[in-house]
Design a protein around this ligand. Structure first.
Ligand code: MN
Length: 424
């Protein structure tokens, strides 16, 4: 299914008068409105190839209908999202779930939808069919060199596919760790992992980045070999200037101050990218902004503060990706909601009066500092995000249009009701 421009135009026309009223009301109070709109338009969020089908838990998976059956159909799905919101112009691929059989053809297809290839992701947390050695006891940390070599070889293969598609970064997330005290020699596990990452790093093309993603627990529950931002930073620092820490919002212990982590990583020039999702308990992979929207705003507040301090381009200097799993909602609807939540938090953070906040901090005026942040957070920025979409040729209300056009029904007609996408 492909969205036609006239369908978007008709939708926008029907909502235009009401939108204009709302936009003018909000825009009135924003001094740098054109700058804000320009930044919102430029800001694109990569959609993970593994999140276009229904996810599952370790207890079960209840597949949806009309799920994409191939990489081509996944790109088609992201093309639909991008046509609706003009904010999802990138895809993040997981190898080996989505190996491009014909890279040139895939590249052309993606370009037709205005989509580029963001970070490629390796997978040494599962055993693949016909794989010689098992990752049951880890991959790069493994006590057996043959297992480590196999994991390194896989990462090199991922870089190979990424190069063919025009990607410029690899995300390495390791499930390595231990479930019981005594199982692992922490120091040796770290050293093996570092050695493996160094070999992968050595194979990076000049313009590539390597993202080292950390996670506090799961699937290992006693120790994780890349368990927190300190360990990730340690690896990234030892690896070199092309290696960065990747922050996944769901990969912390409860109540971690993620905005502070972000601030300090930016200061150290070691924040590379982001995996957006939301959670109540752990790595819940829920819709972005569905549980803790204020935290998301505070994170964006630090991102903007830190990026501006270093003169970074908000849209291009960090990797912005969603990493979520959709177990009860339509994945495409969930992704539309997630992208919207990210842009709302970004827009709110762009409204923070930084000069006044700095002054309040200098004067230890705690009340004023809180008021400044919450004034931005409590602004209804939905009309600003909608206006940026309108100017980019997207729908004023992507989700409304998605439902009005019965996109999922169309996809079920094309693909069938019993399709299961590869992925989580
Ligand atoms: Mn992640």
């Amino acid at each position: 299914m492909q969205l036609e421009k006239y369908q978007v135009d008709e939708h926008n026309q029907s909502l235009l008068a009401e939108h204009k009223r709302r936009f003018e009301f909000t825009a009135h109070g924003v001094a740098n409105i054109e700058d804000v709109l320009q930044k919102l338009t430029a800001f694109q969020i990569a959609i993970p190839s593994w999140a276009l089908g229904t996810g599952g838990t370790r207890f079960g998976r209840f597949a949806g209908a009309g799920e994409p059956r191939s990489l081509e159909e996944k790109i088609e799905d992201i093309g639909l999202l991008h046509a609706l919101n003009k904010s999802s112009g990138a895809i993040s691929l997981h190898i080996p779930w989505d190996i491009p059989k014909n890279a040139d053809a895939i590249k052309i297809l993606a370009a037709q939808h205005g989509i580029r290839f963001d970070a490629v992701n390796s997978n040494t947390f599962q055993d693949q069919k016909d794989q010689k050695h098992s990752y049951k006891f880890g991959s790069l940390q493994h006590v057996n060199k043959a297992v480590r070599d196999q994991a390194i070889e896989h990462n090199l293969e991922v870089i190979h596919y990424g190069k063919a598609l025009g990607s410029d970064s690899i995300t390495v997330w390791l499930s390595d760790g231990s479930c019981f005290p005594g199982q692992l020699n922490f120091r040796k596990a770290f050293q093996h992992t570092l050695d493996g990452l160094q070999q992968v790093y050595a194979a990076l093309p000049d313009n590539w980045k390597m993202f080292v993603e950390y996670k506090a627990f799961e699937p290992n529950f006693y120790s994780m070999t890349v368990g927190d931002w300190g360990q990730s930073l340690l690896y990234a620092s030892k690896l070199g200037p092309k290696a960065y820490t990747l922050v996944d919002l769901g990969h912390h212990l409860p109540n971690a101050n993620i905005e502070q982590i972000v601030s300090l990583l930016l200061m150290e020039k070691k924040l590379g990218g982001f995996h957006f999702n939301d959670s109540k308990y752990g790595d819940d992979d829920l819709t972005v902004g569905s549980i803790r929207p204020y935290q998301l705003f505070l994170i964006f507040n630090e991102l903007i503060e830190g990026m501006d301090a270093r003169g970074m381009n908000h849209a291009t200097d960090l990797g912005w990706m969603i990493d979520a799993s959709h177990n009860v909602k339509d994945p495409l609807e969930d992704l539309l909601q997630s992208v919207e939540a990210i842009k709302l938090a970004y827009a709110q953070a762009l409204l923070v009066n930084r000069r006044e906040l700095e002054q309040a901090q200098q004067e230890n005026d705690v009340t004023r500092a809180q008021e400044i942040l919450q004034a931005a957070y409590r602004t209804d920025v939905r009309p600003l995000v909608a206006e940026a979409r309108l100017r980019a040729g997207a729908a004023l209300q992507p989700l409304t249009l998605f439902r009005k056009l019965k996109v999922r029904t169309e996809l079920v007609k094309e693909r069938g009701a019993k399709t299961v996408a590869t992925g989580l």
